[in-house]
Design a protein around this ligand. Structure first.
Ligand SMILES: [Zn+2]
Length: 115
């Protein structure tokens, strides 16, 4: 289950991002942006997250996961579109150099502290 490694990494980053001057910080929610092609299963990630955040400021934090669509751009004609799978060819100019500009990310977008 590779979600465990991802959860550990996210928790490490989130803990580092906590303000140092707070005495007993508690995180209400962690807002993630996860690309549809990142092969992360959200409920597995949530499950791992709950296990490893026990007794940390992230315990009981809610994971808000925003699925980021796969966006492809053609460098040749500038066309940009959403896809469900990786695409290697532009439907307009066929020979176009295409690149995926989103869809694989696993990022922390923001973190909300409890009042
Ligand atoms: Zn094109």
């Amino acid at each position: 289950m590779h979600e465990m490694g991802i959860a550990q990494e996210l928790v490490r980053i989130a803990l580092e991002a906590l303000p140092r001057d707070l005495k007993d910080p508690k995180v209400a929610s962690l807002n993630l942006r996860i690309g549809k092609l990142s092969s992360v299963v959200p409920h597995s990630l949530t499950f791992c997250f709950e296990i490893i955040t026990k007794d940390t400021p992230l315990e009981h934090a809610r994971l808000d996961i925003e699925r980021v669509p796969v966006v492809i751009r053609c460098d040749t004609c500038g066309r940009q579109w959403e896809a469900d799978t990786p695409v290697f060819r532009c439907p307009d100019c066929e020979n176009g150099q295409v690149q995926m500009i989103s869809g694989r990310e696993i990022d922390i977008d923001s973190l909300t502290l409890m009042e």
